[in-house]
Design a protein around this ligand. Structure first.
Ligand code: SF4
Length: 472
């Protein structure tokens, strides 16, 4: 059988198996009989397609993360429409397979897998230290560009997963259209929306359910005290209410957490996990370590190297033993084969409200804007070989062979090198703050010191547990 037919048959089998699993997730049949089959399927999928980094500890991490993903989504009883979007369109996609071949022929590697788009800077909250404190209608992404990018991802990359970030995406308005119009116009794409949750009511949740292609990730900082210290009084109650409404309406939702040196212990505590996952029914967590970029930055808020190792240990405990999809964007570098920025295979680009295109949300230097690309008659593929992105990708490909994936981030964990890429390609800063810090020797010294201290902590773990496969 030809490879293409084999993949098609495999996708069909897995898709039907997952649909049966979604329908029977609460039954003894599922727990006793079906789940062991799914676990075996995950193992064999990783063995068949291990990815570019194949150290034993890396494959173990991938297995446990995929298993937690399966458990998390199945136990929540997703709407069948959402399940179909996830399974048939975002995970198992014949379209993707076809486009991978076309893209590979042209560029020599596989296409990016998703995009992150922040359509509006504006927000209805005034959180401490957040850039998105403008209520202005300016600083919004042109709807035509927004929707065209999603179409072109599909057309050129076979990619149908879009992360929508902010500001507050629910505040986005362009000529009478809002974010829900985008979701409606692209029914075969899957949208993960980072939101503060305060604009989610019954009507909105019902709409999410009906559309069947959105999962909101609501921002929290920890329990009530810590969350309200940053987000303002009364916000915790609104967030809790939004989660209850989403659960009642069978909309899969998660939490997104910015971890600093002050809340690192709290967000991996039993109290936190019990509350958001067991009580409120969150299906996943995305953890982002505080990144000192933009205005009012404080590098001392970055979780310390010791905290980073603590978060690595605790997060894997949550993933493996509680079977919760708890993704720590930096510490779980082995799951994604490291940095996913700059349009690497399966990775992404980030577009902000000014249509500037960055390698990543946390890498605030852009090579171009989508306006420039489209005004010159180009398309999304014209991003691929711009020098800033190529430099980062060359580094990523090399890093797959020789790097420590517990320190995957060019801009955070290898700051001096990232700075070189920015300066040498004359990349555009996102704002005045980022224009300043790239020239700031004190900032550079702090980041470099952090990088060296972190390496001392993670390299022994990488060698022992990941490369040699010793048990943790
Ligand atoms: S640049 Fe850093 S934050 Fe961005 S994808 Fe790469 S590792 Fe993650």
């Amino acid at each position: 059988m030809k490879e293409e037919s084999k993949i098609k048959l495999n996708n069909l089998l897995v898709s039907n198996l997952l649909k049966i699993a979604f329908a029977t997730a609460d039954t003894v049949f599922f727990k006793k009989i079906l789940f062991p089959v799914i676990e075996k399927g995950i193992r064999s999928a990783i063995d068949r397609v291990p990815g570019p980094v194949t150290w034993p500890g890396v494959l173990e991490d991938k297995y446990y993360m995929l298993r937690s993903m399966a458990y998390s989504s199945l136990k929540l009883g997703l709407s069948s429409r959402f399940a179909t979007t996830v399974v048939n369109k975002a995970i198992l996609s014949d379209l993707r397979m076809k486009k991978e071949i076309e893209f590979r022929t042209k560029f020599g590697f596989d296409p990016p897998g998703f995009m992150v788009i922040s359509p509006a800077k504006r927000c209805n909250l005034r959180c401490r230290g957040c850039y998105a404190n403008s209520a202005s209608e300016k600083d919004q992404l042109d709807y035509k560009i927004f929707t065209r990018v999603i179409e072109e991802m599909r057309e050129f990359w076979g990619a149908r997963f879009v992360t929508v970030s902010g500001g507050e995406p629910m505040m986005y308005r362009w000529n009478g259209k809002g974010i829900l119009d985008i979701y409606k116009e692209h029914p075969d794409s899957l949208f993960l929306m980072y939101t503060n949750g305060t604009m989610i009511n019954d009507k909105v949740a019902r709409k999410f359910y009906d559309l069947g292609n959105i999962t909101p990730a609501i921002s929290v900082e920890g329990m009530q005290t810590v969350t309200e210290q940053r987000r303002g009084k009364g916000v915790f109650e609104k967030i809790t209410r939004a989660m209850e409404i989403l659960k009642k309406n069978h909309v899969l939702f998660g939490v997104s957490i910015t971890v600093t040196k002050d809340n690192a212990e709290e967000i991996v505590s039993d109290e936190f996990i019990d509350y958001y996952f067991d009580k409120l029914g969150a299906g996943y967590a995305w953890v982002f370590h505080y990144m000192p970029i933009g205005r009012d930055i404080d590098p001392d808020l970055i979780p310390t190297p010791d905290q980073r190792v603590m978060l690595w240990e605790k997060s894997w405990d949550i993933v493996k033993n509680r079977k919760i999809m708890f993704v720590d964007f930096w510490n779980h570098g082995p799951v994604s084969d490291g940095c996913v920025s700059a349009g690497r295979p399966g990775g992404y680009f980030y577009i902000d409200w000014q249509a500037k295109v960055y390698p990543c949300v946390f890498f605030p230097y852009a090579a171009t804007t989508m306006n420039q690309i489209y005004d010159n008659g180009g398309n999304l593929n014209d991003l691929i070989n711009l020098p800033l992105y190529s430099r980062i990708r060359d580094w990523q490909f090399k890093y797959w062979k020789e790097g420590d994936l517990l320190r995957p981030c060019p801009i955070r964990d290898h700051y001096r090198m990232a700075k070189k890429f920015v300066v040498e390609t004359s990349a555009m800063p996102s704002d005045e703050g980022t224009a300043e810090i790239i020239k700031d020797p004190v900032y550079e010294k702090k980041m470099d010191k952090y990088d060296r201290e972190l390496a001392k902590k993670t390299t022994p773990i990488w060698e022992d547990i990941y490369k040699h496969g010793n048990r943790r």
